[in-house]
Design a protein around this ligand. Structure first.
Ligand code: FDP
Length: 335
């Protein structure tokens, strides 16, 4: 099967994205970005496999702009992703978790702005757990700084994707024509189509959340998780809890098996709820991927793709997954 399945490039060439506003980049530019991420992912997967042997595990010291401890692989991942996107010549700017300011690319043709978390879930690195790369694509608008074009709602993304580095390296992308999954054939270095047109189950049996923070949640969130844990055979409860601590791995499981991935905000001060995950390069791309698979992505109070970013490293809460499960979560927030 592996050798005959369609390659990522062949698949991208067959997509006909829905018509987008005139200022959106061409499908070719968006496809170029997806292919660049695929190419760089082959190198990241290899580096991850040998990181302990090459002294690449551990922290560099210091925290990034969003306050996370920076790992050596975070810095290396940022450098290789930015270099690959620069070389593609279709990027006007890159917004990366590991750079306080966007990287402007004046030498490129500049059709797109890419938002990325090059190595997401990096607290899993030192324990040989799964990690990922997430990217969201935005149309450049010719203005300076170019990165400011990314400050719109997630509905304006012409494409998004992620790579999961687990037992296999998997790439999942959407350009608005469904959500499609590919597996890296390590022998040839090609990503081949293994999960065409992923459809998330309408309802699941699993939820993923950091329950240790339960005391900080919105009352609706607390009541909802209690509901999921309460036994009721007729409605398939209790749900099981699965949480890897890496967004990519938790979203990937949710996409394939259904259920929920949730990272709610800290509502300890209800006047200033504090979210953790980042809107431009975590929540919005994953929101598009899940919606394109027939799922939903919400904050509990609104659709995440309608959230408008005003800052590059803005945070947002997220409840994503099976449409009926997310609708149920929204209902608990409204009560
Ligand atoms: P990490 O801090 O390890 O980089 O992006 C942040 C993220 O991982 C997500 O990948 C993950 O879902 C979440 O944080 C885990 O946070 P908690 O440790 O607070 O559960």
């Amino acid at each position: 099967m592996a050798d005959s399945a369609m390659t990522l490039s062949e698949h991208l060439a067959r997509q006909q994205p829905p018509s987008l506003p005139a200022d959106t980049p061409t499908h070719k530019n968006v496809a170029t970005v997806v292919e660049r991420f695929a190419r760089v992912a082959v190198g990241i997967a290899q580096e991850l496999a040998h990181a302990a042997l090459r002294g690449r595990l551990g922290v560099v010291g210091g925290t990034n702009v969003t306050g996370d401890q920076v790992k050596k692989m975070d810095v290396w991942g940022h450098e290789v992703v930015v270099a690959a996107l620069r070389e593609s010549r279709v990027c006007a700017a890159v917004i990366s978790e590991e750079a306080p300011e966007p990287v402007e690319m004046k030498d490129g043709a500049g059709a797109v702005v890419v938002c990325t978390d090059p190595v997401d879930g990096s607290s899993n690195l030192d324990v040989n757990g799964s990690v990922g790369t997430i990217f969201g694509i935005r149309a450049a608008d010719g203005k300076t700084p170019a990165a400011s074009a990314a400050l719109g709602p997630g509905t304006q993304q012409p494409g998004a994707g992620y790579v999961m580095y687990g037992p296999a390296t998997t790439l999942v992308y959407t350009v608005g024509t469904g959500t499609h999954g590919f597996t890296l054939d390590r022998a040839s270095g090609e990503f081949r189509l293994t999960h065409p047109d992923i459809r998330i189950p309408r309802r699941g049996k699993v939820y993923g959340i950091n329950e240790g923070s339960g005391h900080t949640w919105h009352p609706g969130q607390r009541a909802f998780v209690e509901h999921l844990k309460t036994q009721d055979k007729a409605s398939g409860r209790p749900y099981s809890l699965r949480y890897s601590g890496a967004m990519v791995a938790d979203v990937h499981r949710t996409l394939l098996d259904g259920g929920l991935f949730m990272y709610p905000a800290d509502w300890s001060d209800p006047k200033k709820p504090k979210a953790k995950l980042r809107l431009l390069y975590e929540v919005a791309p994953m929101g598009m991927i899940v919606e394109q698979a027939g799922g939903r992505a919400s904050t509990g109070l609104e659709r995440v793709l309608d959230l408008v970013a005003t800052e590059y490293h803005q945070r947002a809460s997220v409840i994503l997954g099976s449409p009926d499960d997310v609708a149920m979560a929204d209902e608990f927030y409204r009560r």
